[in-house]
Design a protein around this ligand. Structure first.
Ligand SMILES: Cc1cc2nc3c(=O)[nH]c(=O)nc-3n(C[C@H](O)[C@H](O)[C@H](O)COP(=O)(O)OP(=O)(O)OC[C@H]3O[C@@H](n4cnc5c(N)ncnc54)[C@H](O)[C@@H]3O)c2cc1C
Length: 389
């Protein structure tokens, strides 16, 4: 990419490896999948085989025990190469809930198989149609019956459910009005979807503006063994929250990768495209927006690295993880818009990949957490302003 990264990069080897892998999956690979709304099976298999999706699993469970900064470098490179990690990024961080809150038996049983790719833990069932951002209002219920829980309800936007063996599911085990605390009463389950699909669980794909394997799921008396409860019953909301900082940092890193891809693509095009007898990039009206996006990306990149550094040091990093996601999402979206503008009409042509990446970059203003909720967090928890909702 462009000059300006002078200091040595501790993840240079990882980046080279990911870039070499991604070179086998060029623009036309992603373009044809996008047209068909098909899942990038070969790409995910290659990433799994190379061990990248097991980056955060400790070595004792068969992973490579890398830091979140290393995992961020992997996903950033996937996106900077023009690919998309959304097909599989959750395999990296959902397992964190089992690692932090699961029993020894659960860790031994699942983590080595997740690390090897034998088991795919890609699905994360939190959002519901009626509750949306208001997670505590979710209605899916898990009722204890002997040595099982019986689950009824509905999830929406459960991504990768058709390409996952396991799902981490958040459901209500105590009615809201009977919970001691506002945040109590929800529990986390590890659901083996292979056993349930087509009987007590129905998965329906949702076609979206970009190629994102997302679904809605209906649960109809789904029986889950009680041993698949993660941690303590009723404490699931905080288990899910504890994993969200990692998710935010990793997705922010993907946004940085996207921003780099857009800036690089626009810069090269602005040098090559000649009009009025000179490259369009010679016009300040074309070069200034690219330069502005570059500065915005570099500032956001610093926040992502700072959030990752603080995550590794331990402690509460809610503010940094949220700011990393906010700034990186804004940087990628600004760069996406600039890249379309720099390409003029060709920004809309499928074969340039710009319009595809533009559609993909839009998601990160909304998911996994929408911009307003990040601003609310900062207003309330950092600035001490009154809670607005
Ligand atoms: C492609 C895709 C993939 C996804 N994958 C997953 C997944 O794998 N698992 C999963 O559980 N979820 C997933 N999600 C869900 C995602 O996390 C939610 O869409 C997101 O959190 C926003 O929730 P919502 O869509 O219900 O919007 P709503 O909660 O209905 O909000 C609508 C708008 O109102 C704003 N708003 C709401 N309340 C307030 C308030 N109090 N103050 C200010 N503004 C407010 C929001 O910011 C938003 O802009 C996915 C979503 C998409 C689109």
């Amino acid at each position: 990419m462009t000059k300006g990264h002078a200091e040595p990069d501790p993840f240079a080897d990882i980046r080279d490896g990911v870039r070499a892998l991604c070179a086998k999956f060029p623009g036309d690979y992603w373009r044809s999948l996008d047209r068909e709304r098909a899942y990038p099976t070969a790409f995910v298999a290659a990433l799994t085989e190379a061990g990248y999706l097991a980056a955060l699993i400790p070595e004792e469970f068969g992973g490579s025990g890398l830091t979140i900064s290393a995992a961020a470098a992997i996903l950033e490179e996937v996106h900077a190469s023009g690919g998309n990690g959304a097909a599989c990024h959750a395999q990296m961080y959902i397992m964190g809930t089992i690692l932090r809150h699961g029993s020894d038996a659960q860790k031994q049983r699942y983590l080595p198989k997740i690390a090897s790719g034998e088991l795919r833990l890609q699905a994360f069932g939190v959002t519901e149609p009626t509750s949306g951002t208001d997670t505590l209002a979710l209605r899916t219920v898990a009722r204890r019956e002997g040595d099982h829980y019986v689950i009824n309800g509905q999830k929406i936007w459960t991504s990768r459910a058709e390409h996952s063996d396991l799902m981490l599911l958040l459901a209500r085990t105590t009615p809201r009005e009977q919970a001691q605390k506002r945040t109590d009463g929800l529990s986390v389950f590890l659901v083996d979807m292979r056993l349930a699909q087509g009987t007590s669980m129905t998965i329906t794909p949702i076609r979206t503006m970009m190629n994102h394997a997302t679904t809605q799921i209906f649960f109809d008396d789904l029986r889950v063994p009680a041993e698949n409860l993660i941690g303590e019953e009723g404490k699931g909301f905080r288990y899910i929250l504890s994993g969200m900082n990692a998710e935010r940092i990793l997705i922010a890193a993907e946004c940085i990768g996207d921003a780099k891809w857009f800036i690089d693509k626009a810069t090269r095009y602005a040098k090559e495209r000649e009009l009025f007898g000179r490259p369009i990039g010679q016009n300040q009206g074309v070069q200034f927006p690219i330069a502005r996006c570059y500065a915005q990306m570099r500032a956001a990149e610093l926040m992502v690295r700072e959030a990752a550094r603080k995550y590794e040091a331990g402690g509460d990093i809610g503010a940094e993880a949220n700011m990393a996601k906010l700034l990186a999402g804004d940087a990628s979206w600004a760069a996406a818009d600039m890249c379309v503008q720099t390409h003029g009409g060709f920004g809309f042509a499928e074969e340039y990949d710009v319009e595809r990446k533009f559609r993909e970059a839009r998601l990160y203003q909304v998911a996994p957490i929408s911009t307003n909720m990040i601003l609310s967090y900062l207003a309330e928890h950092v600035l001490g302003l009154p809670r607005s909702y």
